[in-house]
Design a protein around this ligand. Structure first.
Ligand SMILES: [Mg+2]
Length: 348
């Protein structure tokens, strides 16, 4: 099937059309990589890879669809490429794994500029490379109107080090990496149509458009056996925490004021109605931070790693026992924040 056929466009004049075969050749030439464990990469019916001794393979996939996950007008191609890799790398991080291989399957509308596709691939490739991951295959298709990109990432880990969602126990402490809420605030800023003005605005927008998969932190947490359960925050802290407590059949008692906020997000929160602001932070999604639970006996080791700058994480609550999994977000005054909904759920 023909992929995008292109002449000229916003990214500069191009003379040759890009069809499926051209694009695959381009990807093979510029964006594939070599490793001892790759027996066959791009160019055959399947890729062939050697399984790593003593490790199991982690596999995850995610799709970004135009007008559902992103707007072409608001998202530079290179950043979209980076993000389509990052969201999958984040899932590997959430299990504590080491990313190894990726498959890329874009559906591209006819008439998409050459430059757009090249920029997208550049962002995608750079992000994979940064985390030691190699593109080994995929599929290219044309689309009617909208871009959609499906990426599959494979990672590896020793079987006894896999960190799942279902291991949280009453008494465990709840930690989160980084500063949640930044991505939601950045998205709101972009959607408002206001041009990002100062450094703070630019920071928030960059946290939305270029999330950082916490691969190194996830691996460290798994290697040291620190977490009893872990998940990455893709659909909002509240919903992903709910997934963790439901899988573990426990409850979570959360302290709102303990949730670490960046200065720009804290400043935005002050300008909003308090409850509304917190709901936005908790439901916003796309933070790609790691949310994990820690047995109290392991906390001193975690604090050591935090103290030495090896990981950035904060305690935001604790796990409790109850007959039915639930979460309570409360202020230090004791007032409980009412949650009308949890995070972002696609309606089908
Ligand atoms: Mg996930």
């Amino acid at each position: 099937m023909r992929a995008a056929i292109v002449k000229g466009g916003a990214h500069g004049a191009t003379t040759k059309p890009f069809n499926e075969l051209d694009l695959i050749r381009w990807i093979k030439k510029h964006h594939s990589g070599k490793s001892r464990d790759i027996i066959l990469g791009i160019g055959d019916d399947c890729a062939a890879i050697k399984p790593a001794k003593g490790k199991v393979t982690l596999v995850t996939t995610d799709t970004l669809t135009e007008e559902v996950h992103f707007s072409r007008k608001l998202t530079p191609a290179k950043l979209l490429g980076a993000k389509s890799a990052a969201v999958n790398l984040s899932d590997i991080a959430a299990m504590g794994g080491e990313p190894k291989y990726a498959l890329l399957s874009p559906c591209l509308p006819k008439g998409l500029e050459h430059g757009w596709i090249k920029d997208f691939l550049k962002g995608f490739h750079e992000t994979l490379k940064r985390h030691g991951c190699i593109l080994i295959g995929g599929n290219v298709s044309s689309a009617k109107d909208w871009i959609s990109v499906t990426v599959t990432v494979m990672g590896q880990i020793a079987e006894n080090r896999i960190v799942k969602r279902d291991g949280a126990k009453p008494g465990d402490l709840i930690y989160i990496t980084g500063t949640p809420g930044d991505s939601a605030m950045g998205l709101d800023l972009l959607l408002s149509g206001r041009k990002p003005g100062d450094k703070a605005d630019k920071y928030l927008v960059s946290r939305h458009l270029s999330p950082t998969p916490r691969v190194e932190w996830g691996r460290l947490i798994a290697e040291k056996g620190l977490a009893s359960a872990m998940i990455d925050v893709s659909d909002g802290l509240a919903l992903d925490l709910l997934r963790l407590v439901e899988a573990s059949n426990v409850c979570a008692d959360m302290s709102l004021e303990s949730i670490p906020l960046s200065v720009p997000t804290a400043r935005t929160l002050v300008s909003m109605k308090e409850d509304e602001g917190w709901r936005r932070i908790l439901n916003g999604g796309e933070d790609y931070e790691l949310l994990f639970t820690v047995h109290p006996k392991k906390e001193s080791l975690l604090k050591k790693l935090i103290g030495s700058g090896k990981i950035v994480a904060s305690k935001i609550g604790h796990v409790t026992d109850a007959s039915k999994p639930a979460i309570r977000f409360s202020y230090s005054s004791g007032r409980v924040l009412k949650m009308r909904q949890y995070g972002y759920v696609h309606s089908l």
